[in-house]
Design a protein around this ligand. Structure first.
Ligand SMILES: [Zn+2]
Length: 97
């Protein structure tokens, strides 16, 4: 196996493990509406300022960093997430004018 192939394999493994970790971090009730019925639905990790952490796009970070970033986030369901983002954007716009 070439070095390039070995690296690609290692990266795929890390992404797989990070996705698994994210899945575990996202289990639990929504912190806004408390809904647990939507466990199978999409859940978002939202930063306190209302932006999405989008950890699933940065899967090659170390696991400790993923845990650190996730612990600074709110766990909310897709509905509450949209609502929070909308409110944050509205507040931002109101502050600009
Ligand atoms: Zn919710």
């Amino acid at each position: 196996m070439s070095i390039r192939e070995a690296n690609a394999k290692k990266a795929a493994r890390r992404r797989f493990e990070a996705r698994d970790l994210l899945e575990r971090l996202k289990s639990g009730p929504c912190q806004d509406c408390g809904s647990e019925k939507l466990l199978t639905c999409q859940k978002d990790l939202l930063r306190p300022d209302g932006s999405m952490a989008q950890l699933s796009r940065r899967l090659l970070m170390s696991q400790s960093r993923i845990i650190r970033e996730a612990s600074a986030c709110l766990l909310v369901c897709a509905n509450c997430s949209r609502l929070r983002i909308w409110k944050a954007q509205r507040a931002k716009r109101a502050g600009q004018t």
